[in-house]
Write a protein that binds this ligand. Sequence first.
Ligand code: SF4
Length: 164
Amino acid sequence: MKILISSCLLGEDVRYDGNNSSIAFTPSFTFSIKELFMDILCENEIYSFCPEVAGGLPVPRASSEIIKNDKPFIVKNEKGDDVTINFLLGAKKALDICKEENIKVALLKAKSPSCGNKQIYDGTFSSKLIDGQGLTARLLEENGVKVFNENEIKDLAKFIKTNK
Ligand code: SF4
């Protein structure tokens, strides 16, 4: 199966702070989850993608939050710059790849204003989480791509097994 995966989860240093969120090297993930993740990587066709970099933002960059989470969306970074266009462009490019390659499932980083599939920060830069989706996760799901986050690897494995 073809799977789009957030580049930072694969260990690429694309996060706003210049680091990554590698599942393989994060101590809080159990060995069995890491093993399951590695099996998924080995047995499927992986497309690494970072919407924020694809949308033209640099690494490192100021962290961003979604200020207005419905159309027209507004995303700003902590310096107050409007980066909405970068986030929309990254989301569009992610969808383009999914359409071109017939990708039906994605594993995206939780809580990100691009990749988060269930929660995002509330737009006040005060570390407060609310229910909601990042712009890429939202656009993919609106177009039929099933999105999981890194805390749902067992669910992703079940999805792959069922939809092979
Ligand atoms: Fe990771 Fe997504 Fe943020 Fe890129 S945009 S660093 S892939 S969470």
